[in-house]
Structure formats: structure tokens, C-alpha cells
Design a protein around this ligand. Structure first.
Ligand code: NI
Length: 167
């Protein structure tokens, strides 16, 4: 297993649109294991392949307190969405910034599992928010893209400064 470097805003590679997984090869399985390790080490509750510069529709999520409930989403699709929820969101690609974003409260999702089976399930609350956030990454969207241009440029400046200070 390996820890993968996480791209940080405003890296243009974060805007790449991910391609569907056509076959769950050993390479894809390894990507999933490495993404999970990277997410747990960060630590974070979700990670999209886009964030580690692999442009495939793969997401890992674990919102459990005990960090032992890994959810792998391959080629996720939202079949239905309802309600509204404002959650405080953060992102491993936008370190130390959090903001309120409007999302659907409840969603029905269809995914391919690691073993290649199709599965449908409903998610609400934090899990729903997290899935929507990670699915946005797969189409090149970051949560800060929902904020004003002024806020975004402040965040980009702050992150640039942080990176310089940690060199
Ligand atoms: Ni994110």
C-alpha cells in the first residue's frame, strides 16, 4: 500500500472530469486500497480519485467514528435527490478551510462495488453530503466553486502562503 499525494486547490488538475471504470482490474483494486490508506492517514472522511490525480470515477468514504466502515463507490450515479441541508464542508484539497454549502438532504445512489456488483442505496445527512461532495470532484468541481469569487481568491492566497511557510 502507499500514501498518495493529494492535489491542492487551485491545482488545475482538480478540474479534470473523471472517466468511468470499465473493468475492475488489479490496478483499480490497488488504487482503492491506496486511496483508503491516504484518506485515513490525512485524516479525512472522503476522497475522490481526482484528488490523487487519477481520473477514474472512484470514491472512498468512511464517516464512522471508529474508522472501520469503508464505503467504496465506483461509477456512482444519483438516481433521486430530495430536501435541502446545509453542512459545514471541508476538503483535503482545500486544507483548513470550511464553509456552509447547500446540498440535497436525501439521495438515492447507484454504484458498482469493488467486486463488480451493482448496488443501490439511500443516503441522508452527513453521508448524503459527503457523497455529493466527492461526486463533484469527479466532474472537476470543488466545494469552494460554490462560493463567491472573492472568497475563492482569498482561500487560494491563504493556501499559497501556508505552502510557502511549510517549505
Ligand atoms: Ni473534497
Amino acid at each position: 500500500m502507499a500514501l498518495l499525494p493529494i492535489l491542492e486547490y487551485p491545482d488545475p488538475r482538480l478540474k479534470t472530469v473523471a472517466q468511468p471504470v470499465t473493468e475492475i482490474t488489479e490496478k483499480v483494486s490497488r488504487l482503492i486500497r491506496d486511496m483508503a490508506e491516504t484518506m485515513y492517514a490525512a485524516p479525512g472522511i472522503g476522497l475522490a480519485a481526482t484528488q490523487v490525480d487519477v481520473h477514474l470515477r472512484v470514491i472512498v468514504i468512511d464517516i464512522s467514528e471508529t474508522k472501520n466502515d469503508l464505503l467504496v463507490l465506483i461509477n456512482p450515479e444519483i438516481l433521486a435527490a430530495s430536501g435541502e441541508i446545509y453542512g459545514e464542508e471541508g476538503c483535503l484539497s482545500v486544507p483548513s478551510y470550511y464553509d456552509q454549502i447547500k446540498r440535497a438532504e436525501k439521495i438515492t445512489v447507484r454504484i458498482l462495488t469493488e467486486t463488480g456488483e451493482t448496488r443501490e442505496f439511500e443516503a441522508e445527512g452527513l453521508l448524503s453530503v459527503c457523497i455529493q461532495h466527492e461526486m463533484d470532484h469527479l466532474r472537476g468541481i470543488l466545494f469552494v466553486d460554490y462560493l463567491s469569487k472573492l472568497k475563492r481568491s482569498r482561500i487560494a492566497k491563504k493556501l499559497k502562503k501556508q505552502r510557502q511557510m511549510t517549505m
